[in-house]
Write a protein that binds this ligand. Structure first.
Ligand code: HEC
Length: 186
């Protein structure tokens, strides 16, 4: 246990003192991050909701497979940033934790009930915010594979995501992280 607490304390300290980020910059980009993730979340939810209505969750899985990434990418231009979703238990292989910072952030949010944070990385400012399975609908595709996810949906998931790690969640579990990268204003 101790060997996990020390790195975590150091990390919290580093995030807290987050070098030269003055309060104004921090608040400005944090607000943008909050606004952007709320927007993207709403767009994704409305799309997945419509797809479920059209053809049930199994159709919506196919829809997400084809469209989720491009829906998120299409909003990058609008907000002048780079938006992604990452997870230690990812469904889409592109959404795995990759950088050391992503892994540290994952650990931080897994162990602390923090709302969000903004960190510096080279010439970028990166906003991170946890994504939870906040509504029962999430479980139709991320819940228990025998009780929450129906057989057709399960088959579709196995077909499209053979290495899927993103099932077995309960309501309000920590499912992923929003990551929004901004180029620092010069
Ligand atoms: C209709 C099925 C379905 C529903 C409902 C659904 N998801 Fe997903 N989710 C998917 C699919 C499919 C992907 C992979 C999309 C892709 O290929 O980019 C995914 C990806 C994700 C990711 C990106 C990380 C990863 O694992 O690739 C997060 C985070 C996520 N879902 C959270 C949620 C949350 C939170 C809810 C409820 C608000 C939810 N999902 C509802 C099917 C669903």
């Amino acid at each position: 246990m101790e060997n996990r607490i020390l790195p975590l304390l150091l990390l919290i300290f580093c995030v807290a003192c987050s070098s030269k980020l003055d309060k104004e910059t921090y608040e400005k980009y944090r607000n943008s991050g909050q606004e952007i993730t709320a927007n993207v979340q709403a767009v994704l939810l409305s799309n997945v909701g419509k797809a479920i209505q059209t053809g049930g969750p199994e159709y919506a899985v196919e829809f997400c497979n084809l469209e989720a990434e491009s829906i998120v990418d299409s909003l990058n231009g609008e907000f002048d940033c780079n938006i992604s979703r990452v997870s230690a238990k990812n469904r889409n292989p592109n959404n795995a934790l990759q950088t050391e910072q992503e892994k540290q952030m994952w650990q931080l949010f897994a162990e602390q009930p923090l709302a969000d944070t903004l960190v510096e990385s080279g010439n970028n400012l990166i906003y991170y915010k946890p994504i939870r399975t906040g509504m029962p609908a999430c479980l139709k595709c991320h819940g228990n594979t025998s009780t929450d996810i129906n057989a057709a949906t399960k088959a579709k998931l196995e077909e499209l995501y053979p290495d899927d790690l993103a099932t077995g969640y309960q309501l309000n579990d920590f499912r992923g992280l929003w990551k929004v990268e901004f180029a620092k204003a010069k």
